[in-house]
Ligand binder design. Sequence first.
Ligand SMILES: O=C(O)CCC(=O)C(=O)O
Length: 272
Amino acid sequence: MDHRFDRDGFLHLPGLLAPEALAPLRRMIDRRIDELATSLLRERKISDPAAGLGFEHRLIAIAGQTELPARQWDEGLAGSEELRELAEHPALVDAVASVIGPDVAFAGDWHLRPKLPDDERTAFPWHQDSQYYGEHTRDLLIVTAWIPLVDVDERNGCLRLIPGSRHWGLQPGSRRADYNMVTPFDVETKGTPVSLPMRRGDVLLFHNLTYHGSGLNQTDAVRWSVDLRYDQDLDPTVAEPAVAEAWRDWDSPMRRGRGRRTLRGRGLAAVG
Ligand SMILES: O=C(O)CCC(=O)C(=O)O
């Protein structure tokens, strides 16, 4: 495993993806916003489709006229060529292999997130992803590739992480009424958070036990991002029984339906 990932529980890879790698997904989002505007206009829920506005502003103009379910925006992405191409991008799979090993699986677990300005629903309190996945995943290695589709910093709600927190083990967590996971103690007294500004094309890999979260978007543009999850393509017949059982549970028909797929990566040296 890459030693920085092992120590910190995350790895920031500046410029891993060329702009062209993200362009198809951005174009798809533009198309979906257009379809949404057309149908809301037809239903008379909005009066202005804001057609002149681009990727970072049009959804805000629409959300100003009607309520949108904006925590995540996954519909239409399952099975899409745009998602598959990004998830299988060789540089990304090679980078993931540097922490997981060559037998990588795209987990079929992903979210597309528009973080709208001042939208509390899209601010994430400190959590470990295994608190969402379930206790059985504490011994699995599940890596999130967090990919901003625009430049991010503290003003628009970049990710915040606690280096080393993956070594704390799985902590208790519970869902708040807004569906977000919270931990019943102040995690900032146990570790020192860092904010991670990123440019479009950068990729952040983090461990399923790494504490992370993000604040409000305090700009007037949408902070678009996509997060894709990868895991080890284990052979449950040779893994330790507890790990094999946890893995069988994780490798579910639901995730297969969302694109779970075995891949093969070569490590960061191959990316150059
Ligand atoms: O995109 C964000 O702001 C937070 C995402 C997150 O917490 C996650 O992917 O687990």
